[in-house]
Design a protein around this ligand. Structure first.
Ligand code: MSP
Length: 512
């Protein structure tokens, strides 16, 4: 079995500082990276910034800055955000780096050599905001402004000499590839969208621009810069030192296991990217998952709409793990989701403070009072104990399946259900009434501690900082976390000392 796992986030446009939508893509990718790590995978997790193209050039001009200097300033805020979000990324790539130029120009040369690219003239609509070409039927006129129907962004008319990639010729091979690899695009609804788009016919794609210069030159013609999406998508290869296909990074991690993206950039990843790779004879990634949007009210949160929520502000106010938990649990994965401070506060109170926090606190406090912070030394499981402990064992394969299918909703539902069951177990078994049956009291305590350990391991990809705090009471360090150990009902060593636990989540008292 291949124990290497390569996961990527989209690389972000440093046209303005990061917002919650960007934080969302990154947090979800980090969830999968951590989940794979605790299954013993060797993980390579990549994120970065997408710095070329007209969108960035114009944003820099607006500030009266050189594009490179402009990007340097904003890219740093994305890099800082990856630290603030506690991401486990192994690399942070910038498309203005030398290693990336080399990789993109190499890919271009291969495509040109293979006769996949030709020079002609583009005339049609272009959205600078999306960096995308649109056909007439993808455009609508609103208040005498021409806009893209799908994104609502303004389009402008472009007429200039351009190189074209022979995308049309890849229609059939792409459809065959989707058919042979039914999980290449997830979720299912997005796959259908892509298949119907490709089935309706593909036109050759303009892959260079002549009217501005902020980009990577076409190697054979420096009057042209390479289309920013061909440039950007190649980042996934540049970070593995492509074109050197003999180095360990490339050998271990290409093809990528999972490109995690937002649904707005599906066409680029699920059509253009595999077509470029097929044409260049490079293996295709295993999966593209298009997640939904974070909405503000009914609309996508975006800089151009001016409705953004700053992740840094939210983290300052509520902490990182509550935000990670909220985004992972409350935004039904694959669909759009709303974020509001009120909902976040409710989620902190009900799930984190009342459910998980409460379980940990009451069990450890009871232990401190009655067993002096020690794992009991003599126990005797009854059926009820074995039943609740074994549930993790019985569901282990399901959990792996959820993770492999990016079914975060089922994964987290299982955790929440186990939290309720564990709190109920502690209530129903009433250890405080068992002071004259010390073996029973000990056993209830042992089972409760095991339940906390198992649930906390499951929570690690979601709320890593809190999870590590709790695992520390059992002296389990980050390196030792192993998902499979949730199948073990006797992991905790009898008689071992445990550490005290400080309060994990304060309840939020609302002013209204
Ligand atoms: N630079 C391109 C990606 C190139 S990848 C080779 C780009 N950048 S972006 O900054 O506009 O968006 C990056 C990611 O953030 C996309 O996956 C996008 O879907 C995501 N989000 C941006 N706003 C979002 C929300 N409001 N909600 C959720 N994610 C959204 O596209």
């Amino acid at each position: 079995m291949n124990k290497n796992f390569y996961i990527t986030t989209p690389i972000y446009y440093p046209s303005a500082k990061p917002h919650m939508g960007h934080a969302y893509s990154s947090i979800i990718a980090d969830f999968f990276a951590r989940a794979k790590k605790i299954q013993g995978f060797n993980v390579f997790f990549l994120t970065g910034t997408d710095e070329h193209g007209l969108k960035i050039q114009r944003a820099a001009e607006k500030k009266g800055m050189e594009p490179k200097k402009f990007c340097d300033e904003i890219s740093v805020t994305f890099k800082d955000l990856s630290k603030t979000l506690n991401l486990t990324n192994n690399d942070f790539i910038r498309t203005t780096e030398k290693r990336h130029f080399k990789s993109v120009q190499n890919l271009w040369n291969i495509l040109e050599k293979k006769n996949e690219i030709y020079l002609s003239k583009y005339s049609g609509w272009y959205s600078v905001s999306d960096e995308a070409f649109y056909s007439d039927d993808e455009i609508e006129t609103i208040d005498s402004l021409k806009k893209s129907k799908s994104s609502g962004s303004l389009v402008e008319w472009v007429e200039e000499e351009s190189y074209f990639f022979k995308l049309s010729k890849w229609q059939k091979p792409l459809l065959k590839f989707y058919k042979d690899n039914p999980k290449f695009i997830l979720p299912e609804s997005r796959k259908n969208e892509v298949i119907s788009f490709v089935s309706s016919g593909l036109k050759d794609l303009s892959v260079s621009r002549k009217s501005f210069s902020w980009g990577i030159n076409v190697p054979s013609n420096n009057e042209h810069v390479i289309y920013v999406w061909l440039d950007a998508l190649t980042n996934y290869l540049s970070a593995l030192n492509y074109p050197d296909t003999n180095n360990d990074l490339y050998k271990n991690f290409w093809p990528a296991s999972l490109h995690l993206i937002g649904k707005d950039i599906l066409r680029f990843h699920a059509i253009y990217w595999p077509a470029f790779l097929l044409a260049a004879d490079i293996p295709l990634p295993e999966r593209i998952y298009g997640h939904g949007w974070i909405l503000s009210g009914e609309e996508k949160m975006s800089k151009s709409k001016g409705n953004i929520l700053d992740p840094i502000e939210i983290i300052k106010k509520y902490g990182l793990d509550p935000l990670r938990y909220y985004l992972i649990k409350e935004v039904s994965f694959g669909n759009d989701g709303n974020i509001s401070q009120k909902k976040l506060e409710n989620c902190i109170n009900s799930d984190l403070a009342n459910n998980y926090g409460n379980l940990c606190q009451r069990v450890i406090a009871f232990n401190e009072k009655n067993l002096n912070l020690q794992i009991p030394d003599k126990i005797n499981f009854k059926d009820i104990d074995i039943k609740i402990l074994n549930d993790f064992n019985l569901n282990y394969q399901n959990l792996l399946k959820y993770l492999d299918n990016q079914d975060i909703n089922s994964y987290i539902n299982y955790i929440v259900e186990r939290l309720f069951a564990s709190n109920k177990y502690f209530n129903d078994e009433e250890p405080w009434k068992k002071k004259d049956d010390i073996i029973r009291l000990n056993t209830i305590m042992y089972v409760s501690l095991e339940l906390i350990r198992k649930i906390t391991i499951l929570l690690y990809p979601i709320i890593p900082e809190t999870s590590l705090k709790v695992l520390k009471i059992f002296k389990i360090s980050e390196k030792k976390i192993n998902l499979e150990s949730i199948k073990n009902n006797n992991f905790l060593e009898l008689g071992q000392k445990i550490n005290k636990l400080n309060i994990l989540f304060e309840k939020i008292v609302s002013n209204d």
